[in-house]
Write a protein that binds this ligand. Structure first.
Ligand SMILES: NC(=O)c1ccc[n+]([C@@H]2O[C@H](COP(=O)([O-])OP(=O)(O)OC[C@H]3O[C@@H](n4cnc5c(N)ncnc54)[C@H](O)[C@@H]3O)[C@@H](O)[C@H]2O)c1
Length: 296
């Protein structure tokens, strides 16, 4: 018997890529799974695959970016399996464009799926878990892009918001026995084929996208009943905790400090101590100033 025997789960965007691996691992560990994907044909394939392997799964094609879609997804899980214990927010899209050129439509399309979709599905699921009195596990999906990545204002911004929502929900929901964590996965998928760093396309070695699912299955089980409010890098050959943002070096001044005292002291404390910025964490490059291009 697997570590998720008797649990009912939903996985958004489970029809392909990383989400498919989550569904397969959850089912292998005994969970009954609703495989959601806006692409119904792909969701059906994964549900059928689970059935052939002896597991229990159904497909769902709700658009999780909408309130109606989130409600329908959670309702299907409760109708078919009698409860919901696990919600994995994995669905994602991208519309990369440099910040100065990004349209409202491009910004909104990505924020709707990642940020609103995660908010709506998690809220619908958590209210059910609370009312059931069973507790539960929510796993969200972030990306290292939320450190900042060229061309990804919409995606990076949404993933940063999901990280902050993960911490917030962990604080709010532990009283109901509901744990909230996130993964920052890696895997070769339709989405990773478009990966860019610093605005340039990068060739990545093949990484099995299914591998993230083993860790998600663990996180959703009672084996991890002491883990909440955490974000882990997953995939490939490691599980790695992500340090949470926290205050670091400080310039201490009298409480009524003036601008003059900042001008006098700021560089003394922060020179060579500014944080690296962006996905690659390259050494901070601007101690000599951020300057406009020279005129021809
Ligand atoms: N691939 C990586 O290396 C990587 C890295 C970091 C984060 N991620 C994150 O992992 C998650 C999965 O990414 P992937 O690489 O498997 O991408 P993918 O494009 O292969 O799969 C995403 C799935 O989500 C579905 N989807 C999109 N919008 C939806 C909606 N509104 N409702 C329901 N389903 C919807 C798509 O149809 C698709 O099947 C995403 O949240 C992504 O941001 C992936």
């Amino acid at each position: 018997m697997g570590i998720l025997a008797g649990k009912a789960a939903i996985v958004t965007g489970g029809g392909r890529g990383i989400g498919r691996g989550h569904c397969l691992h959850l089912a292998e560990q005994g969970a009954s799974v609703i495989v959601n994907d806006i692409d119904l044909e792909e969701a059906r394939k994964v549900a059928a695959e689970i059935g052939e392997l002896g597991g229990k799964a159904s497909a769902n094609d709700a658009n999780i970016a909408t309130r109606e879609g989130a409600q329908a997804l959670v309702q299907q899980c409760v109708d078919e399996f009698g409860a919901i214990h696990v919600a994995v927010n994995n669905a994602g899209n991208f519309k990369d464009r440099s910040f100065l050129k990004m349209s409202d439509e491009e910004f909104d399309a990505v924020v709707q799926v990642h940020m609103y979709g995660t908010f709506r599905v998690a809220q619908e699921a958590a209210n059910r878990m609370k009312n059931q009195g069973t507790g539960g596990s929510i796993v969200n999906t972030v990306s290292a892009a939320h450190f900042g990545n060229f061309g990804q204002t919409n995606y990076a911004g949404s993933k940063g918001a999901i990280a902050s929502m993960t911490y917030t929900w962990a604080v709010e929901l532990s009283r109901y026995g509901i744990r909230v964590n996130a993964i920052s996965p890696s895997g070769t998928t339709r989405m990773s084929a478009t990966a860019k760093v610093g605005g340039k396309t990068v060739e990545l070695p093949f990484l099995d996208p299914n591998q993230n699912g083993a860790f998600v299955a663990f996180l959703c089980s009672d084996e991890a009943d002491w883990v909440t409010g955490q974000i882990f890098g997953s995939g490939n050959n490691r599980i790695q905790i992500l340090s949470q943002p926290k205050y670091d070096t400080a310039l201490h001044l009298p409480t009524d400090f003036s601008v003059d005292s900042i001008v006098e002291n700021f560089k003394k404390v922060f020179d060579q101590r500014l944080e690296n910025i962006g996905l690659m964490r390259a050494p901070y490059a601007f101690y000599d100033g951020v300057k406009p291009p020279e005129k021809e």
